[in-house]
Write a protein that binds this ligand. Structure first.
Ligand code: GLN
Length: 488
């Protein structure tokens, strides 16, 4: 399969037409999309038109940009002007945003071709994409398994060869965990590194948009395009995006790598032995490449899950108050405004979203605020301090992305708590606001992909990508799902 870099280079030089690239990807979508359901919407005609614009620019001697003619799939919680943006929820039925998210504007300006909107857990709440109101996405490596979530559609689209690049959002692991389960690269940038303008809010102090790609260099290419200051997002860091591509070949000689002991299984249960073995091999590979490896303990990292499942629902309960039957999408009529609000929200939200709203409202209620929300915020501060201390000793930390490989559909839907446990290794970086990347590294005993996670301090993207490139270079070949390699 071509990387995004190859496609852009070919299209910019006129060796390949963007239109042909789109047709190849649409053909692959036609082959497997019915089975996988990666997309809520395939934008075939719009993609063809966008590709033709790129080809005309090339013919006119203009440079369409670093992603010229590259198909990109967008998680369906990213606003696209005039194009349905559903968050995989019935409550947004019929809503068409009047504006594009900043990341979408930047993609188009870079010559990318938006090929569709991908399925997700409703409002990005979940770890398997089974909470979509429109039915689950399946893992391209084994359709009886989940692709992870909540950005399962984006991860599956890249793994299946439907698009070489995709965007997701990561509030507690929703880019990294599905990337791991689908055998692709997924990265959560530093909080504020990528504009959230036009990302439908779940938990605003945690949400970040980030790239999915087939390899580390493609992920870096995409992040360079979407990152950097945006005055439309008040939490956006007022600096340009860090340059990453020049870092990838620098190697890891002398780089200090810390094995995050708690998240490797010495403080939490449930890290599968085969996953742990891949992390050990990845660490050994970095050491063989010249990195200096030591064990690092961050005791509070085990508290992240509990703090997250108070803070994230608290913010969600506030953010989702806007779906009142008046301003967006669905309305279920009733005699009074209050009854209309209730009827709309009852019909429009799925069970997990309702559960989060109730949890969050409870955690914020007057009698419990200090005991729950306040305490969770204190834990968050403790984690930030302990991770800061760890990064005095090492440049990056290493641990699993997900405790297991992809699990069967339905295996965890009956018990929300077991589903939440999936996020134990990814959540700390959301609470601290730090960047983290998942890189495919071998397979589990079941033959399914394993992701190894690298964590760094705020704005450490250059060093994180450098270490990720070294990890990728040392990794066994990642299996490709059936059909994904058919078109070059
Ligand atoms: N799985 C986590 C949750 O359900 C994380 C979701 C996300 O990152 N959007 O909240």
């Amino acid at each position: 399969m071509s990387t995004a870099r190859d496609i852009a280079a070919d299209v910019r030089s006129g060796r390949r037409r963007a239109r042909d690239v789109v047709e190849e990807h649409l053909a692959r979508i036609a082959t497997r999309e019915d089975e996988l359901h990666a997309f809520n919407l395939v934008m075939a005609d719009a993609a063809r038109a966008a590709a033709d614009r790129v080809d005309r620019a090339v013919a006119a001697g203009e440079d369409p940009g670093p992603l010229a003619g590259v198909p990109v799939a967008l998680k369906d919680n990213l606003c696209t002007r005039g194009v349905p943006t559903t968050c995989s929820s019935r409550i947004l039925e019929g809503w068409r945003p009047p504006y594009d998210a900043t990341v979408v504007t930047r993609l188009v300006a870079a010559g990318a071709v938006v090929i569709g909107k991908t399925n997700l857990d409703e409002f990005a709440m979940g770890s398997s994409t089974e909470n979509s109101a429109f039915g689950p996405t399946r893992n391209p490596h084994d359709p009886s398994r989940v692709p992870g979530g909540s950005s399962g559609g984006s991860a599956a689209a890249v793994a299946a060869g439907f698009a070489p690049l995709a965007l997701g959002s990561d509030t507690g692991g929703s880019i990294r965990q599905p990337a791991a389960l689908c055998g692709v690269v997924g990265m959560k940038p530093t909080y504020g590194g990528v504009s959230r303008y036009g990302l439908v809010a779940f938990a605003s102090s945690l949400d970040q948009i980030g790239p999915f790609a087939l390899d580390v260099a493609d992920a870096a290419t995409l992040l360079e395009v979407i990152g950097g200051h945006d005055p439309a997002d008040s939490t956006s860091i007022p600096e340009p995006a860090p340059r990453l591509l020049g870092e990838l070949d620098r190697g890891v000689e002398g780089l200090r790598v810390g094995i995050l002991t708690e998240l490797c299984g010495q403080g939490i249960e449930g890290i599968a032995p085969d996953v742990r073995a891949r992390v050990d091999e990845a660490t050994a590979a970095l050491a063989a490449a010249g990195a200096v490896v030591e064990e690092v303990s961050v005791p509070s990292s085990t508290l992240g899950l509990s703090a997250y499942y108070l803070i994230a629902p608290a913010e969600a309960s506030s953010n989702l108050a806007r779906y009142d039957g008046v301003r967006y999408g669905l309305r279920v009529d009733a005699p009074t405004t209050g009854e209309m609000n209730t009827a709309t929200r009852t019909a429009g939200f799925g069970d997990e979203v309702k559960r989060r709203i109730m949890l969050g409202t409870y955690a914020l209620s007057a009698g419990y605020y200090d005991a729950f929300y306040g305490k969770a915020q204190r834990v968050r501060t403790l984690m930030i301090e302990e991770f800061a201390a760890a990064y005095e000793r090492v440049d990056v930390l290493i641990c699993p992305t997900s405790p297991t490989t992809a699990f069967p559909l339905g295996a965890k839907t009956a018990d929300p708590l077991t589903m939440y446990l999936n996020d134990v290794c990814t959540i700390p970086s959301n609470l601290t606001g730090h960047p983290a990347i998942s890189v495919p590294f071998g397979t589990g005993d079941d033959g399914l992909p394993v992701g190894v996670q690298l964590l760094g301090p705020a704005r450490a993207e250059p060093v994180l990508f450098r270490a990720a490139a070294a990890l990728e270079a040392a990794a066994p070949p990642t299996p490709r799902p059936a059909g994904a390699e058919v078109v070059s």
